[in-house]
Design a protein around this ligand. Structure first.
Ligand code: UD1
Length: 433
C-alpha cells in the first residue's frame, strides 16, 4: 500500500498544467465502441479509472494502445457484451457502457454498480431513459441484462439532470432511428466534450450544455481524433492548495468558463484570480476569509467534486463558513479525517459548518474517497509538521502523479510504499533519539 508523506507549510510557486478530465475520458472511451475503426483520443490522463476502462474495452474485444497521453481505441471487432462483476465494482461509473454496448451489439449484460463511498448511486434514470429508447431489461437483483433490436428516438424528460444518465442517452441514441430529445439534461462541460467527440465522428447532437439536447440518429459513425478537455476539478484542487498555503501559482491549460462556478468562492476567500488566455494565476492572502455559504449544484452551479478540497482550504479561514452538499448524501465522510488535523468542522445533515482555526497540525489520516482524499492532501500541505495519508489508491483514481506536480510547485510530498514506510519509520525513530 502506498502512502503520501507530506511536510506542510511550504509556500507553493510556479506553473502547473492540468491533465485531461477523468469525467470526460470515461464516457468518451465508452462511446468509442460505437465506431468501427480506430479513434485517437489525446490528453487522456493515465489514471486508475482510465486503466480500468481500458481493461473493460479490451475485455469487449477492442485493442487499445497508449502513447504518452494519447489512446488509440480500435473497436472494429466487439466480441462480448458482458462487463465482468469485478470491473463493475472497481469502477461504478462503468454503467456508462450500458448505452454504448446495447447500441453497438443489441445487448448488454452488466452488474449493478451498487452503493459507493459517496452515496447510494442508483441507476433508475439510466434504465428508464434507455427503456424509452426501445431497450428492455431483465434484472435479477445483482445483474442487469439489456436487449434492444433497435434504438428508436424518443422524448426523455429527466427529473434530475443526471450526468451519467444524460451521457448514456446521448451515446445510445447517436446511432438510432429518429430524433431523441432530452429535456433537463446535465449541462456539465464533460457532456459538451462527449457531444463534440461524437459529432466529430459524424453524430448529430445539438444543444449540449443547454437545457434541451436534440440528437438526430445517424446510421453509422466514423473514426476521429479528439482532445479531452482539461480537468476543472483538478484546477479547483490546485486552487485550494494555493489558498491554504497563502501561495501564488499559475495553472495552465484551463478553460475559464468551466471554472466560472468556483471563482466567486475563491474571491470571497480573499484570493485574487488573474486570467490570461488559457492560464490562471491565483494569489492567496496570508489568511483566507470565510465564505458565507457554498451550495453544490448541477453545472453551472458549484461542483460537488470541488466541495471537499475547498472545505479543506476553509478550515484555516478567519470566521465560519458553511457548505451545503446537494448532490451526494455521503460526501462528508472525509470530515472526521480533516478534524484530525485540528480543523473544527461539524456536519448536520447536508450542511457542514466550518469554524476556521488559526493553524492545522500534521496528522495520520485515511483517504475515504477520491475527492475527500484530495482534501486531505490540501489540508496536509497547509498544516504545520508531518502528515501521512493512507489509502491513496482512492486519490489515484482521479489525480495523475499528484505528488510530482505538487513537488514541482515546491511542496514537500513523497509517495512511499510499505517497505519504504518501514524504513522511513526507522529513520525517524533513530533521528528523534
Ligand atoms: C458524475 C461524475 C461525478 C460527479 C457527478 C455530479 C463521472 C464519472 N462522475 O457522476 O464525479 O460528482 O457526476 O456532477 O462523470 N441519480 C439518481 N438516479 C440515477 C442517476 C443519478 O437518483 O439514475 C442521483 C445520484 O444518486 C446523485 C445525483 O443523481 O444523487 C447525481 O448523480 P449523477 O449526476 O448521475 O452523477 P454521476 O453520473 O454518477
Amino acid at each position: 500500500m502506498n502512502v503520501f508523506k507530506i511536510n506542510g507549510k511550504a509556500r507553493l510557486s510556479g506553473n502547473v498544467r492540468l491533465h485531461g478530465a477523468k469525467n470526460s475520458a470515461l464516457p468518451i472511451l465508452a462511446a468509442a465502441i460505437l465506431v468501427k475503426g480506430e479513434c485517437v483520443i489525446h490528453n487522456c490522463p493515465d489514471l486508475s479509472d482510465v486503466r480500468t476502462t481500458v481493461k473493460i474495452l479490451e475485455s469487449l474485444g477492442c485493442t487499445v494502445k497508449r502513447d504518452g497521453d494519447t489512446l488509440a481505441v480500435n473497436a472494429e471487432n466487439i466480441v462480448s457484451s458482458d462487463i465482468d462483476e469485478q470491473m463493475m465494482r472497481t469502477m461504478r461509473s462503468s454503467i456508462i457502457f450500458l448505452g454504448s454496448l446495447v447500441s453497438r451489439t443489441g445487448k448488454a449484460s452488466i452488474f449493478y454498480p451498487g452503493g459507493c463511498e459517496i452515496g447510494t448511486r442508483p441507476v433508475d434514470l439510466h434504465l428508464k431513459a434507455l427503456k424509452s429508447l426501445g431497450a428492455s431489461f431483465c434484472e435479477n437483483g445483482s445483474s442487469i441484462a439489456c436487449t434492444a433490436s433497435e434504438i428508436r428516438g424518443a422524448k426523455i424528460i429527466l427529473p434530475f439532470p443526471s450526468v451519467g444518465a444524460t451521457e448514456n442517452i446521448i451515446i445510445a441514441s447517436a446511432i438510432s432511428k429518429g430524433t431523441t430529445t432530452i429535456i433537463n439534461p446535465a449541462r456539465e462541460p464533460e457532456i459538451c466534450d462527449l457531444a463534440d467527440f461524437l459529432n466529430n465522428c459524424g453524430a448529430r447532437i445539438y444543444g449540449a450544455g443547454e437545457t434541451t439536447i436534440e440528437i438526430d440518429g445517424v446510421e453509422r459513425l466514423h473514426p476521429c481524433e479528439h482532445r479531452i478537455i482539461p480537468d476543472r476539478i483538478l484546477a479547483s484542487t490546485y486552487m485550494s492548495a494555493a489558498a491554504i498555503t497563502g501561495s501564488e501559482i499559475i495553472i495552465d491549460d484551463i478553460k475559464p468558463t468551466h471554472l466560472a462556478p468556483v471563482f466567486p468562492v475563491f474571491t470571497e476567500m480573499g484570493c485574487k484570480i488573474y486570467l490570461q488566455g488559457n492560464s490562471l494565476k491565483i494569489q492567496a492572502p496570508k489568511r483566507l476569509g470565510r465564505v458565507r455559504m457554498i451550495k453544490t449544484m448541477p453545472f453551472p452551479g458549484f461542483p460537488t467534486d470541488s466541495h471537499s478540497p475547498v472545505v479543506a482550504a476553509l478550515t484555516t479561514a478567519r470566521g465560519t463558513s458553511l457548505l451545503q452538499e446537494n448532490i451526494f448524501e455521503n460526501r462528508f465522510r472525509y470530515v472526521s479525517e480533516l478534524n484530525r488535523f485540528g480543523a473544527d468542522i461539524q456536519v448536520n445533515d447536508k450542511i457542514a459548518v466550518i469554524n476556521g482555526v488559526k493553524h492545522l497540525h500534521g496528522a495520520n489520516v485515511n483517504a475515504t474517497d477520491l475527492r475527500g482524499g484530495a482534501a486531505l492532501v490540501v489540508a496536509a500541505l497547509g498544516a504545520e509538521g508531518a502528515s501521512t495519508i493512507n489509502y491513496i489508491h482512492h486519490i489515484d483514481r482521479g489525480y495523475e502523479r499528484l505528488e510530482e506536480n505538487f513537488s514541482n510547485l515546491g511542496a514537500d510530498i513523497k509517495r512511499i510504499n510499505n517497505e519504504e514506510e518501514k524504513n522511513y519509520k526507522k529513520i525517524i525513530t533513530k533521528d528523534s533519539k
